[in-house]
Design a protein around this ligand. Structure first.
Ligand code: XIL
Length: 297
């Protein structure tokens, strides 16, 4: 196959990219996006600060630009993200307790309802686990509303959009480590108790090496009965970039429940990182990493 999306589709998977709404009017950009990718994620436009800038007043204009582009061009749409400690609107940042819990649940309900029927997978909760060796939750205003805030968010999302796959999404989970094991234990508990969770997203913001147990980690989650997805892949530039992209792609293809890969941007000049971590250079040329991915698909 000659494009990432078509090659991924051969095994029933998607290959996606994160997109900022502002780029949808740049034809050189959308030419690549439309040609190569069959899924998109809003880079910022569906986050809490973007969608509920004032409490109870929702603004879906920029998110809808992304959703409409996906619909018009036949792309799957990942929803990112309903509840997160970061990129909260100002009014939420200083809230706490039952008022914050209620505001969070209302946000999940309203946003998931607005996009009902359009989202393939929602990152319901993003980055709720701590880095380092504790394996526990990250401290945040949401966490301080009670340890059950994550399952409450998932139940609200399921009620609002029963057709969407509901994912937990996090980073530094690229191998079997304390953080990924903490998440693993939560997912196992959710499955045992019937909390609605369908998938786990592995952001995979990577440096110059890849954990040797990257695939084994994906597989242990899949064995719990959830899909796994690579949701925000980007890799530091350097001698290993193409090799790491290829290895991540092969790992996903080796796990039958790994249903798709999303890279966190299209061209290096549009990345949130400054180390040229993407598959296309700033002129839109395919990099060696692109060919490594395509060969692996
Ligand atoms: C990043 C965006 O790419 C930036 O434009 C923004 O300034 C900050 O957020 N983990 C996530 C993504 O889940 O939402 C983040 O996206 C990157 C890290």
């Amino acid at each position: 196959e000659s494009t990432l999306g078509a090659a991924a589709a051969q095994s029933g998977r998607y290959f996606g990219a994160a997109v900022p709404a502002g780029r949808l009017s740049e034809s050189a950009y959308t030419t690549i996006l439309n040609r190569e990718f069959n899924s998109i994620t809003a880079e910022n436009e569906m986050k809490m600060d973007a969608t509920e800038p004032q409490q109870g007043q929702f603004n879906f204009s920029r998110g809808d630009q992304i959703a409409n582009w996906a619909l018009q061009n036949g792309k799957q749409l990942r929803g990112h993200t309903l509840a997160w400690h970061a990129q909260q609107p100002g009014w939420m940042q200083n809230m706490e307790g039952p008022a914050l819990r209620q505001a969070m649940l209302n946000h999940v309900t309203q946003v998931a309802t607005h996009y009902r029927g359009k989202i393939h997978s929602w990152d319901v909760v993003n980055e709720a686990f701590a880095d380092g060796g504790s394996g526990g939750r990250r401290d945040s205003n949401l966490q301080r509303t009670g340890n059950d805030w994550i399952e409450a968010a998932f139940r609200a999302a399921r009620a609002a959009d029963p057709g969407a796959k509901l994912c937990y999404n996090d980073y530094n989970t690229d191998g079997i480590n304390a953080k990924s094991t903490g998440i693993y234990n939560m997912v196992r508990d959710f499955k045992a108790r019937g909390v609605p969770i369908d998938c786990v997203g592995f952001q995979s913001h990577l440096g110059t090496s890849l954990a040797s147990d990257y695939q084994a980690n994906l597989q242990r989650f899949a064995d719990l009965g959830v899909d796994v997805q690579i949701t925000e892949l980007d890799v530091a530039e350097g001698g290993n970039q193409a090799n790491i992209y290829g290895a991540v792609t092969r790992a996903c293809l080796a796990v039958s429940r790994c249903t798709g890969i999303t890279v966190w941007g299209v061209r290096d000049d549009t990345s949130w990182r400054s180390d040229n971590p993407l598959l296309f250079d700033r002129s839109g040329n395919k990099k060696p990493a692109y060919h490594a991915v395509l060969d692996a698909l």
